[in-house]
Design a binder for this molecule. Structure first.
Ligand code: GLU
Ligand code: MG
Length: 447
């Protein structure tokens, strides 16, 4: 069972962390947080200061939570130039990355040691602990799509062999870097867009899954840099290219028994599994501002792009926002739902906390399972047609701002800061040409 808030390591675990740093000849420890705009920010200490980073933490202005994608500050009461937060590195999640560098995710606390409500990793830790307290556990698998712009110009076969061999030295180094960092990889392939690759991570504990996304991005960007390449985790790196998704696969269990298979419902769903999917589908419009809320997100989230632009579910339906992957011999991890509308501008801690929260909400109110979309939802008309998710950033933010559910799942501090930074984007760039936007923010979500 996960505990909340972040516990201080006991003496044995602290000694193990120190030993790992020494054995790995670590010189610098980077501790990261992901802000509400989805940007990864960090403090760094010499290895000898690792325990101080874990216990007292390193300072950060509360305004870190209202940094915008253009580095403007969308100040809000309590999130301004006065005050201090402590970033505490979670050394239980420490990874030695090689060549003197180590990484750990960090959480935000106030100076007296109380967890800061604005901390997104803290929110996920709390959401997961709450779910587990009710006997439900979750596993989350992540898909990371990204574009190597230097490879976007040439010939490209979607899912082709050649595109991967073209960047084979990078891919092999990335596989090695993941293995060295203890990050298991599920698979790697060339995606449909020119220059677009995908890494997938196997199901993991929710907090570890979100950390895995941060670490995988760091490793992808670090390895690419060493080959003189750059990597874009923007929802839409090029106006005329494919969008990057950040799909999450969620599976749920009660007392260890799967909720998405082995039942009498459609495709083996149990009643609680049906209710969980009902909760997710019903809540996606409210939470889209969390999952795909940036100024570029709606340009990606279009029908016909397998990005899940419709609020519906369906077995292996790649146009539904929620794709059910049933438990078959071809799916050894067991049944999951893939939430496809998420893009990489979403903070992964917030995105996973939102999904867990929606599933728990569905289960607690026994939400009805909506009708299954068995065809491309865009082809349906009339009463059967599922709704589009909010079609632009303004609509996604209006839904988020008006949602009591979002307030309950995120808390006031996170919702305030998220809304602040996304409204800055809307107000400043909402009318801009998509090609200008794509170029301007191509590397904003890279590490
Ligand atoms: N690139 C698509 C997206 O933006 C997803 C393609 C796929 O299904 O893998 O979400
Ligand atoms: Mg993909």
């Amino acid at each position: 069972m996960i505990s909340y808030p972040l516990p201080v390591l006991d003496a044995a675990d602290a000694a193990a962390a120190e030993a790992a740093l020494a054995e790995g000849a670590v010189r610098l420890l980077s501790g990261t947080v992901v802000d509400p705009a989805g940007v990864t920010r960090a403090k760094h200490v010499p290895a000898a200061r690792a325990m101080a980073f874990h216990t007292a933490g390193m300072g950060a202005s509360p305004s870190w939570n209202v940094f915008c994608i253009d580095n403007a500050l969308a100040f809000r009461p309590g999130f301004g130039v006065v005050g201090d937060l402590r970033l505490r590195a979670d050394l239980a999640a420490l990874r030695v990355l090689g060549d003197g560098l180590a990484w750990a995710p960090a959480e935000m606390f106030d100076q007296d040691g109380a967890p800061a409500p604005v901390c997104t990793r803290g929110l996920l830790r709390r959401t997961q602990a709450e779910l587990e307290r009710h006997g439900v556990t979750a596993l989350v698998g992540a898909e990371l799509e990204f574009v190597v712009p230097e490879r976007a110009g040439g010939p490209w076969n979607a899912y082709g062999l050649g595109p991967v061999l073209d960047v084979e030295p990078v891919v092999l180094d990335l596989v090695a870097a993941c293995a060295a960092a203890g990050l298991p990889l599920e698979q790697v392939h060339a995606e449909s867009g020119a220059g677009q690759l995908e890494l997938s991570l196997p199901p993991a504990d929710p907090l570890a899954a979100a950390d895995g996304v941060v670490l995988a991005r760091l490793l992808a960007c670090r390895v690419a840099r060493r080959h003189g390449l750059t990597v874009s985790f923007s929802p839409l790196p090029f106006a005329d290219g494919a969008g990057n998704g950040a799909h999450q696969h969620l599976s749920l269990f009660r007392d260890g028994v799967p909720l998405l298979s082995g039942g009498a419902g459609p495709h083996g769903l149990t009643p609680e599994g049906e209710a969980a999917i009902g909760g997710i589908v019903a809540g996606l419009p409210d939470l889209l501002g969390v999952l795909a809320g940036s100024v570029l997100s709606a340009h990606r989230l279009q029908p016909g792009h397998w990005s899940g632009a419709h609020a519906c579910w369906g077995l292996e339906n790649r146009e539904a926002a929620v794709r059910l992957c049933a438990a078959t011999p071809g799916n050894p991890h067991g049944a999951s739902v893939e939430v496809k509308c998420i893009d990489p501008s979403a903070n992964p801690y917030l995105a996973i906390a939102a999904l867990l929260g929606l599933a728990a909400d569905g289960v607690s109110r026994r939400a009805a399972l909506p009708p299954e979309a068995t065809v491309d939802p865009a082809s349906l008309t009339g009463a059967d047609a599922p709704a589009r998710l909010p079609v632009d950033q303004a609509a996604a933010l209006a839904a988020l701002d008006a949602s009591p559910l979002a307030e309950r799942l995120l808390g006031t501090a996170i919702r305030t800061c998220l809304s602040a930074v996304r409204h800055h984007e809307l107000d400043t760039y909402g009318e801009d040409d998509v090609a200008v936007l794509a170029e301007r923010f191509r590397f904003t979500w890279s590490s």
